[in-house]
Design a protein around this ligand. Structure first.
Ligand code: SF4
Length: 64
């Protein structure tokens, strides 16, 4: 599975980066930088939580 961020929806809350530290960092304006889209199996639950908590519905998880 991999994580996708829609930059047209994201408003830079940063919750996703706090949950998915292996995949997402923040730039100096607190917008996410997708360092690695592929999710480790151990992080699937965290990724699902990031999807649920993103206030802009900007994160998706998709099968590769
Ligand atoms: S949680 Fe959503 S709105 Fe916030 S930085 Fe991540 S993708 Fe953007």
């Amino acid at each position: 599975m991999k994580v996708i961020i829609d930059p047209t929806r994201c408003t830079g809350h940063g919750t996703c980066a706090q949950l998915l530290t292996d995949n997402i960092s923040l730039d100096k304006w607190h917008f996410p930088i997708l360092e690695r889209s592929k999710l480790r199996e151990a992080h699937f639950d965290l990724a699902k939580r990031a999807v649920q908590l993103c206030p802009e519905l900007a994160i998706s998880i998709v099968e590769e």
